[in-house]
Write a protein that binds this ligand. Structure first.
Ligand code: NAD
Length: 409
């Protein structure tokens, strides 16, 4: 089948590459020229295990293409997948401007029956909204389907190729058959495609993320209590995780959840609930606890040093919000760094994946070290550190009260 994927980020690139891998002809579209240029040169904009191999293989086979032109990308496509950002607006609601802009642009481009599949995480009712926007600008028959994405960064390729389930929201029999065919190669082992209406599908994604965020938060609260009571949270984890009703996963206590999904999706679901006149109290508690929890590490460190880390050189391992990804969006590490810097610490950071492509997004004045144990600066080559030094706000307060250039120790 001919597929267009609009938005070539974490979800779009993985989706496009995996759909090409199963034999479809896929064009990934993005407005980010640099991203598309790099992809056309074989350079991936993100790190995700196994993705580079699949991208390169399918480009070679001429099944995977990249373009900045929406018109070229969707030409002849039977399926158009939207993998566009839905960042939080000021009131916590999901900002639909990217999705609706593409919906507006798509209308005049449709030339034959097309299934428009929304993979972005969007509030309930968005499929209807997208349908209206497209219908306003075309006479061509089309369907809008909700197909939320459940891949986990760090395991995204594996998750896409072997999903635990695929959720498809559509009331159109024609679209349903096409979606069943599209996902056939990924669900042959028996993992289900769950068909439902669009609204249930849209809500399923938020409910899943909010539930997982709540599970993490619950265990963090248990850990905080364990410390006060002299209990071992790891033992409690094993004790409850072996109960099949609870399950083993998402029970490790830590510094809160982060990333590009949980924080915004919990907020967005709370907003949707408020708009529907329902006070979803658990969500408010989850957000409040997580906000506290994500700086617990920095607070411990400050406490350990008797309340002051001024002038202390601290090493911090791990920038990304979880292992095996380079995604630092809403990473708890950044909040810990902020707090430690506020208290006058000098910080050297190492992350095996999150320091290259995305280093320009790290706004804090920290030394980025290529090696976890580099100690006094042994970053390989001053060129690297020089680039780091150009990150905004590169001045640190030194021990003696004067400012010094980029931390480079
Ligand atoms: N990242 C995840 O793990 C994950 C998992 C499940 C669902 N989601 C959801 O999927 C959606 C996409 O997330 P992501 O992490 O891939 O985002 P991303 O920011 O990595 O990628 C989005 C891409 O869309 C592009 N874009 C913006 N406007 C465009 C336009 N008009 N035309 C073409 N491209 C455009 C951007 O340049 C960017 O490359 C979000 O709704 C997110 O909540 C993300």
């Amino acid at each position: 089948m001919k597929v267009a994927v609009i938005g070539t980020g974490y979800v779009g690139l993985v989706t496009g590459a995996c759909l090409a891998e199963s034999g479809n002809t896929v064009t990934c579209v993005d407005i980010d020229r640099e991203k598309i240029e790099k992809l056309n040169q074989g350079i991936l904009p993100i790190y995700e295990r196994g993705l580079a191999e699949i991208v390169h293989h399918n480009v070679e086979q001429k099944r995977l293409h990249f373009t900045t032109s929406l018109a070229d990308g969707v030409r002849d496509a039977l399926i158009i997948m939207l993998a566009l950002p839905t960042p939080p607006g000021e009131d916590g609601s999901a900002d639909l401007q990217y999705v609706l802009k593409v919906a507006d642009d798509l209308g005049p481009l449709l030339q034959h029956y097309t299934v428009i599949v929304n993979k972005s995480t969007v509030p309930v009712g968005t499929a209807d909204l997208v349908r209206q926007r497209i219908a306003a600008k075309t006479q061509v028959e089309f369907d809008v389907v909700s197909n939320p994405e459940f891949l986990r960064e760090g395991l995204a390729v594996e998750d896409f190729l072997k999903p635990e389930r695929v959720v498809v929201g559509t009331r159109s029999e024609k679209a349903r058959k096409i979606m069943a065919q599209l996902y056939g190669p990924f669900t042959r082992q028996g993992n289900p495609i769950l068909f439902m209406d669009e609204r249930s599908s849209e809500l399923t994604k938020y409910a899943a993320n909010a539930f997982l965020a709540a599970k993490i938060t619950f265990m963090n609260e248990v850990a905080n209590l364990c410390e006060r009571l002299g209990a071992d949270v790891d033992m409690v984890r094993l004790g409850i995780g072996t109960d099949s009703r609870i399950g083993k996963r998402f029970l490790f206590a830590g510094i809160g959840y982060g990333g590009s999904c949980f924080p915004k999706d919990v907020q967005a679901l709370a907003h949707t609930s408020r708009e529907a006149g329902y006070d979803f109290r658990i969500l408010a508690a989850v957000e409040t606890v997580n906000r506290q929890q994500r700086t617990v590490l920095a607070r411990r460190v400050i406490e350990f040093f008797g309340g002051s880390v001024k002038g202390r050189k601290l090493a911090l391992w791990g920038l990304a919000f979880k292992p095996h990804t380079d995604d630092i969006r809403e990473a708890p590490a950044l909040y810990n760094i902020d707090l430690l810097l506020e208290h006058g610490a000098l910080i050297a950071v190492h992350d095996p994946e999150a320091m290259d492509e995305r280093k320009e997004k790290i706004r804090q004045p920290v030394a980025l070290c290529r090696k976890p144990l580099s100690g006094p600066c042994r970053c390989r080559g001053p060129a690297y550190c020089h680039r780091v030094a150009r990150i905004p706000k590169p001045r640190l307060q030194a021990n003696d009260g004067t400012t010094q250039k980029q931390a480079h120790f």
